[in-house]
Design a protein around this ligand. Structure first.
Ligand code: DP6
Length: 336
């Protein structure tokens, strides 16, 4: 078998993608920090064959991943017409533990999409733009995966103020002041359990949601305001928008049918402590959340020492097994 490999990072959305149309078209634009340490490494082995797929996570055969990969291959057939005449062995591993509650779909699907692009190149097939096609393919695997293809920030979904932005793929975004290119993200592991709401179910809850249209319009407005704040180094406005986006995402889940609460008591405890600390010290420390209980703490690199001291002394006790992951904005995937 031949082999190709990529390491692709996870990303954390500042403006949240929540709600989609077929096939994998976002209901609103989103913008994310590409991460650095949290990443998936995928080695794709391939040979002429009949479409037999084997997936190994950390060296262990994991057949439960196969349906998702098969769906990815079906959806990307136009981009990768060779996949049904090949057998694949997908060796994948994450830099973060599976039990940390950190989603691996964005990093995993983008790493796989990039490996497929390498095969496409190797076969001499026409490629107009390598990373753009990788982003389209990653999106078809997992919407947020479209953004993992680029660093330091990536924007997915048509937005009036981002030139070239598109619903089919993400574009790299660099129009921010330097402070945001080295921003820190300390991920507090509040709950290690599997997600109680799958992202497909979560997105589908926006279909008949009473607040959907207002929310989608709000994402456009929030993105506009965030772009200005990030260009002007307005950390206060940055934090206001990012925290509001996180709480809105959870508010959408709390007001859908069926409804969910994905925050845990310790999520709220941590948020309140961040707010008190910020009020008392004026330090630029903000939070965001994914569709889960973990808290991403965002702050400038210049405040790292000070804020890590606060996290260790006041917040760590609310983490499952006292665990957190230190990450920061990164530059995107690397070929191996
Ligand atoms: C809350 O990209 O995981 O993290 O397209 O169904 O794979 P699928 O969904 P996914 O949704 C991510 C939702 C989010 C917000 C975001 O990353 O923008």
């Amino acid at each position: 078998m031949k082999e190709t490999a990529w390491k692709s990072p996870s990303n954390i959305a500042l403006i949240k993608y929540w709600g989609k149309y077929d096939v994998q078209i976002p209901a609103n634009p989103s913008l994310s920090f590409t991460l650095s340490s949290a990443a998936t490494t995928t080695r794709l082995k391939y040979a002429q064959g009949k479409g037999v797929i084997k997936v190994l996570l950390n060296g262990q055969e994991t057949p439960t991943f196969i349906p998702k990969i098969q769906l990815f291959l079906e959806r990307t057939r136009a981009l990768f017409p060779f996949t049904n005449q090949m057998d694949f062995e997908i060796h994948t591993s994450n830099s973060f533990p599976h039990s940390s509650g950190i989603a691996s779909s964005a990093s995993g699907m983008s790493a796989l999409a990039l490996c497929m692009m390498n095969i496409k190149k190797e076969l001499g097939l026409d490629i107009e733009d390598f990373f753009r096609e990788a982003s389209i393919a990653a999106r078809l695997g997992s919407g947020s995966g479209s953004r993992s293809v680029y660093g330091p920030l990536a924007a997915w979904g048509k937005h009036s103020e981002i030139e070239g932005s598109h619903d089919d793929f993400a574009v790299p975004f660099t129009d921010v002041s330097d402070v945001f290119k080295t921003f820190q993200d300390t991920i507090l592991i509040i709950d290690k359990g599997e997600k109680t709401v799958s992202s497909s179910l979560g997105h589908s809850l926006m279909k008949n949601h009473p607040y959907a249209s207002k929310r989608f319009a709000q994402a456009h407005e929030n993105q506009s305001r965030l772009l200005t704040a990030m260009l002007d180094t307005d950390l206060k406005v940055f934090g206001e928008i990012v925290e509001s986006e996180a709480l809105t995402l959870h508010a959408m889940m709390m007001t859908s049918k069926p409804y969910f609460i994905l925050m845990k008591p310790n999520t709220l405890e941590v948020i309140n402590r961040i707010w008190s600390f910020r009020e008392a010290t004026n330090h630029p420390i903000y939070f965001t959340l994914d569709a889960g209980a973990n808290v991403h703490i965002l702050y400038p690199e210049s405040h790292k020492e000070l804020i890590m001291r606060f996290i260790d002394s006041e917040l760590r006790t609310f983490c499952k097994d006292s665990s957190y992951l230190c990450d920061q904005v990164g530059l995107g995937p690397t070929p191996l």
